[in-house]
Design a protein around this ligand. Structure first.
Ligand code: ITT
Length: 188
């Protein structure tokens, strides 16, 4: 079964297909013209906006992932603004580390909200996955993307984990397993 993944982040498509490999589900990029206005106030709202936008141009099963980093000591920032916190991934990390200066509570979590839309255009399933960790004092590691180099799980950053290791514990894989489980129950 092919499902349109409502994203323009190619890394996400690859990560998600790695997680579901062997399940019989394959995610593909949306057709040209996918340009959602992510103006929701929660991960859930933005994920629904993206899934509906992808459905409008594909009229088939679509899944959206809206994700981000919530840091306790920064009142949950960058949160839904994670992708736009600064112009480049390096600058976003720099900004977070600067804002964390002098803050002892380094607790943080990656959040991923997913919305699955059926070919009729209705929300079929929605869920959330979480991965808890801490913000490092300096970036480390070259794998993954986004904030992975400063997100510590145990004594390594997410960017120091192999893809396989990240996919076992990530917010995205937790949400995705709920989606795959749902699809296997309705056997479509
Ligand atoms: P789409 O909206 O097109 O899916 P995006 O990258 O903008 O692509 P999001 O709106 O979901 O995706 O924003 C998520 C941002 O949060 C993303 O750009 C990263 O900076 C960060 N993020 C999400 N998941 C992450 C992960 O697994 N590792 C590191 N950073 C992550």
């Amino acid at each position: 079964m092919k499902i349109v993944l409502a994203t323009s982040n190619k890394h996400k498509v690859q990560e998600i297909n790695d997680i579901v490999s062997g399940s019989g589900v394959e995610f593909i990029l949306p057709p040209d013209g996918f340009d959602p206005v992510e103006n929701g106030e929660t991960f859930e709202e933005n994920s629904k906006i993206k899934a509906e936008e992808a459905w409008k141009i594909s009229k088939t099963w679509t899944l959206a992932d809206d994700s981000g980093l919530c840091i306790e000591g920064l009142n949950s920032r960058p949160g839904i603004h994670s992708a736009r916190y600064a112009q480049t991934p390096e600058k976003r990390i720099e900004r977070v580390l600067k804002e964390m200066e002098g803050i002892k509570n380094r607790k943080a979590k990656f959040v991923c909200a997913m919305t699955l839309i059926n070919p009729e255009g209705n929300v079929e399933f929605a869920c959330r996955g979480i991965c808890e960790g801490n913000i490092a004092y300096t970036p480390a590691g070259k794998n993954g993307f986004g904030y992975d180099p400063i997100f510590l799980v145990g004594d390594r950053t997410m960017a120091e984990l192999s893809e396989e290791e990240k996919n076992k514990i990530s917010h995205r894989s937790s949400a995705l397993h709920q989606v795959i489980n749902y699809l296997s129950k309705i056997k479509c």
